[in-house]
Design a protein around this ligand. Sequence first.
Ligand code: GLC
Length: 725
Amino acid sequence: MNQHKWTTPEIRSKAAEILSRMSLEEKAGQMTQYDWGFNPINPDTGLSQRDVIIDQIAQGKVGSVFNLPGAEQANSLQKLILDKTANGIPLLIGRDVIHGYRTIFPIPLAQSSAWNPELAGKTAAASSREAQTDGVAWVFAPMIDVTRDPRWGRIAESIGEDPYLASVYAKAWVEGAQTDDGPGLATASCPKHFAAYGLAEAGRDYNTVDISDRMLREVILPPFREAVESGALSIMASFNEINGTPACANRYLLTTILREEWGFEGIVVSDYNAVQELITHGVAADEEEACLLSINAGLDMDMSSGIYIRYLPKLVREGKVDERLVDEAVLRIIAVKLKLGLFEQPFVTAIASEYATESSLPPEHLSLARQSARESIVLLRNEKETLPLSRSTASIAVIGPLAKSLQDPLGCWSFDGRPDDVVSLLEGIRQSVGSNTAIHYTQGCDVESDSDAGLDEALETAHQADVVVLALGETYLMSGEARCRTSLDLPGGQRKLAEAVAALGKPVVAVLITGRPLAIPWLQDCTDSIVQAWHLGVQSGHAIAEVLFGDYNPSGRLTATFPLNVGQIPIYYYRKNTGRPPGGVYTSYYIDSSTDPLYPFGYGLSYTSFRYGAIRYEKQRISKDEAFELSIEITNTGTREGEEVVQCYIRDEVASVTQPLKKLAAFRKIKLAPGETTTVSFTISESSLAILDADMNLTVEPGHFTIWIGANSSAGESVRLTVEA
Ligand code: GLC
């Protein structure tokens, strides 16, 4: 059943009955959301922003607030609604619960590297349930902006570069986050940012987006379509313009596509102050025009600018806005509140102590965090079988500015997490070895300065050790919103440290604790092994130590291409052939760099090895509406149990419009014991073969298709399938 048709006749009639009792001001109030956390004091009135919000709530002029400090404040505001307002419509309380609440899980880019959407759904559900203890019924997640630009700080929050994988995760995340344990124990998700925010020019946040309708529909929209089909109760419109019209004023996006094409029934909320920013964009002369553009485009709720409550009643009374548009928005907002059971139970009922106390996190959430962290880790390099480390190693040096950090592993959007809850890399290693292994630590350098003051001590520490673990990366403030970089190198003095330590000739393992892919080919020349560990959340240190010592065989695979250098960006596997694919002179190549990435999409190593058999299939020719079954035997040819992400890619060789050389069509994560063989089957259906033809119609065009099954986007054998007319 299409979950996106969630409004029942009962919800609709109840919402209509409530609407019928509302004044125009109360309607505009439901469409107004405030940030409780932004609390300036008005110099003229001496009133704080919170005083204003409380007064507005008491007048029934607020529909939602976010960034409340906790359950007590939430209950107090809900009581104010019941005591003071005519219609007692409960507040919808929101929060950025992006990858955890008090239990912080790995950043979404890390979780996507686990290729385990079911696991991501579980972390989303755990996050929603923890947030409910503070009155949060609306999480501003998942972030499903496809991006191909690691300069963009919000790649950390994304599911990476592939529309199909992002769609699979979007479904799992929406279904996980939207818990429904009963009235007052239900949560709305908010897939964001609609749309194309991840394609901002130059990888610079909030920047211009100018793309074809084809790019929009082939690459950007699929995850959002999946989120809507999965029953998402809201969607957040993005800051950016798309082809000249900012999302909040973009009727094509918010009404034509979302409502008319997809039948979306949930709330469309703006991003922070984005209605006001229509003036800065230069499409609205003033707040009144910004209000007019937004409501006419189909925006239901104004986040934090206050423009809707200030101008909608006036514009309706002047006949400039059709009150029908206001009514439709209010009906959607009330329908979501009814769906969440807020009218039955506006007060916090989730018992915080069941989830987290001052000193501890729920054990089942901790084990979930550890599982998610270990599966997110990607082994990028492992020469001379340096990893896994032996526990009989007498002396291990742990050197680097990220080794002891408790804040950085939390990553971006982790303000409800606590550094004290984090297991650092150093602590994880210390707890993972016995008394016969000496662990020597030194910081070695800074992340935010080139100081080499710690270099001598680092070399002395490394000199004493049998093996060196370098803890390198980015701080938690170097990725996330408004955290874009023009360099993808290791910041500060880390390169100097790594190269100096490498010169000692000891086995060196680099652990990268970052929020994004880095372009650091030089690191291969000074390390034996490289572990991409991302910002992994509270269980970071334990998960990395499990990989370092082989308690867990790394299974992560990249979901964002690692470039050789910034000059290659945008670089992604999903590329097209062009008329002159990279080769020699007069082809699409660089005179100063390879066009190949450092590490491709889908890439990751294991401590074991896997053999892929021949691809088997029944029929090489199928009709347009037939499914194509293919299978392959995979054997673990190594000595350790391991997980493999078996990836299936498709190319439509000749079509009415150019097609990517490869598109991810399916994947399966399998676990095999040493020597074990299994058969993995994929069913390639019409949805995998269909393209948007020259007229933008979704269709399967007859012809030849190449299908690969392999370990990443650059590997694997292929077969040729013919679809008959
Ligand atoms: C921010 C972000 C958005 C977030 C919202 C509320 O600017 O763009 O992702 O949900 O404002 O904090």
